[in-house]
Design a protein around this ligand. Structure first.
Ligand SMILES: Nc1ncnc2c1ncn2[C@@H]1O[C@H](COP(=O)(O)OP(=O)(O)OP(=O)(O)O)[C@@H](O)[C@H]1O
Length: 551
């Protein structure tokens, strides 16, 4: 089919290879090269089409955005032209990024303005959730680790997207990367009120975004970089629940979205989301880097939380801490006993960083929580001492301790299976090396920074598990289900991954030197060519692209 791009055409559908529109007589080849295929969307100010560029070999697909200003007064037309030019400039500036569509062309024809951009083939995250259901917490963290660096890049180019939402994030079929679309500053719904407004003011005035995703300051036409952070937070809520903002309740006093009743995530991740969704800009994360840093702290905080609820036998250090270890508001003890070990210093640093990242005051309340009157756990001196003592105490694991040196006591394989069966999922920092856990079901468990050297997990169900920064050297992971597992920075040197399902696994910065990936399925996995070249592959290895073969 060929599609007529004349806005006044009464019947734009035409047969392929027709030169002139059967209904209105317009030339169907715009600028002698672009052939419309079908309409993708339409708003008050314009329409978006899928098209083919017939001037290039293979006639590749492209997306044509056509600006159709409703008003025809000269100043509105001029403003629309300025805005369109501005959008083209933005895409031209940042479209070199692999997660942003490239700007291909930009022109004016028959009083219509056109912007041609790269066509991203794939499904939007909205379509993905509708098809496969909501994401898990690990899935959303993977999503954030992909989107936040891209957002940093966009913001570093002084661009505020203003319309981040699941429908504007496409997972590209070709490489499974997320691509952010719709940099259209020219949005519908808002009529310009000031004819002589500056270009920036006009741009800001039009770019109102999507209600529910756009934060209050953006709805008031004062978007800032942190406005994109709020929209990203709402996007996370959608990914976790499948519910749009319009299906959520809002606190009538503060205007805050009451998302927590629909979401079950770890305490720390919940506090990160809470800060992304702060109504007040001042209390929200100011930039993408802050969110990334806050997420980085999570495994440590989960580990601390776990220590808090597990009673431990008092140790010599407990007693010492009880005597002299009154912690000050920063969670340290004024440089006495507990600061003597590197791990204790790390624990204090983590607390200090976490307090900074979440805006916690000395009583352990975030600014937002304090305002809402939500009481957070305040650690007693004894509890603080216990945590620090556990972090600074020697490992009873019998193995060499990991780099952080705070490995938990080593459980037996039976204990791991038993505790998992009881619903415990947190094995962060544990020493599980050499355990025989073949065929165990541990899906969704958290092994962040755990020691798993020579562990036998052959045929185990490890779907959606978190192995971030875990030490898995020489582990037996043959035929294990590691689909959607998080393996960022994991040490997988010389691991046996033959026949393992690693589809959609996140392997960024994982060490795969000498790993055996013969027959492994890496469909959609996040992994680089350089990483793969260090591992063993064979004809049966399925690559991220979905194709089989030796790397
Ligand atoms: N570069 C692109 N590659 C592939 N599809 C695209 C691209 N840009 C837009 N689309 C798709 O075209 C359709 C219309 O996009 P458009 O940017 O006009 O937004 P819209 O969905 O009409 O409205 P809104 O502006 O509210 O998001 C959407 O379904 C979108 O997924």
């Amino acid at each position: 089919m060929s599609y007529c791009l004349n806005p006044a055409c009464p019947n734009p559908d035409n047969l392929l290879d027709t030169e002139l529109c059967q209904a209105c007589g317009s030339n169907l080849l715009l600028r002698d090269r672009y052939q419309g295929i079908r309409e993708l969307g339409r708003g008050g100010f314009g329409a978006t089409f899928l098209a083919k560029d017939e001037s290039l070999p293979g006639s590749p697909y492209c997306v044509i955005k056509q600006l159709r200003p409703a008003a025809s007064s000269p100043h509105v037309l001029q403003m629309a032209r300025d805005l369109f030019r501005r959008e083209a400039k933005t895409l031209g500036k940042i479209g070199n990024h692999p997660q942003v569509p490239r700007l291909l062309d930009y022109f004016e024809a028959n009083q219509e303005f056109y912007l041609v951009q790269e066509y991203i083939s794939g499904s939007t995250l909205q379509q993905e959730v509708k098809k496969n259901g909501p994401f898990s917490e690990v899935g959303v963290k993977q999503f954030l680790s992909e989107v936040l660096p891209m957002m940093q890049y966009i913001h570093s180019n002084q661009v505020i997207h203003r319309d981040i939402k699941p429908a504007n994030l496409i997972r590209r079929t070709q490489d499974k990367k997320l691509v952010l679309i719709d940099f259209g500053a020219v949005k519908d719904k808002v009529t310009p009120t000031r004819a002589n407004a500056s270009e920036q003011t006009a741009l800001t005035a039009y770019a109102i975004g999507t209600p529910g995703y756009a934060p209050p300051e953006q709805m008031a036409m004062r978007p800032v970089y942190a406005s994109d952070i709020y929209a990203l937070g709402v996007t996370c809520v959608y990914l976790l629940t499948g519910k749009s903002p319009k299906d959520m309740s809002y606190n009538p006093n503060t205007g805050e979205m009451m998302w927590e009743e629909h979401v079950h995530v770890s305490d720390h991740f919940s506090s990160v989301m809470q800060k992304m969704l702060e109504v007040s800009v001042r209390h929200r994360y100011q930039n993408a880097g802050e969110v990334l840093r806050a997420l980085d702290l999570e495994p440590y905080m989960e580990s601390l939380a776990q220590s808090m609820v597990t009673p431990v036998k008092p140790t010599r250090e407990d007693n010492t801490a009880g005597n002299s270890g009154n912690l000050n508001s920063n969670g340290n003890n004024g440089g006495r006993m507990m600061h003597s070990s590197p791990t204790a210093r790390m624990a204090a640093a983590i607390r200090a960083r976490q307090a900074k990242a979440t805006g916690m005051d000395s009583a352990g309340m975030t600014g937002g929580s304090a305002r809402r009157g939500v009481t957070r756990t305040t650690l007693t001196t004894m509890e603080r001492s216990r945590i620090s003592a556990r972090l600074s105490g020697p490992s009873t694991g019998g193995g060499d301790s990991n780099s952080a040196g705070n490995t938990k006591p080593k459980p037996s394989a039976e204990e791991v299976v038993l505790t998992y069966g009881k619903g415990k999922r947190d094995f962060t920092f544990h020493d599980l090396s050499t355990l025989h856990l073949a065929k165990a079901n541990l899906s969704g468990a958290n092994f962040h920074q755990a020691r798993l050297r020579k562990v036998n997990l052959q045929g185990a169900n490890l779907f959606n598990t978190d192995f971030g920064r875990a030490g898995l050297t020489q582990a037996n992971l043959k035929n294990a289900n590691l689909a959607r597992a998080y393996l960022s920075h994991a040490d997988l040197q010389n691991t046996d991954l033959r026949g393992a399902d690693l589809s959609y696994a996140y392997l960024s910065n994982a060490n795969l030197r000498g790993a055996n990936l013969c027959g492994a399925d890496l469909t959609g996995a996040k992994i680089t060519d350089a990483q793969l070249s260090q591992a063993r592959t064979n004809w049966a290895t399925i690559h991220p692209s979905g194709k089989r073969g030796i790397w």
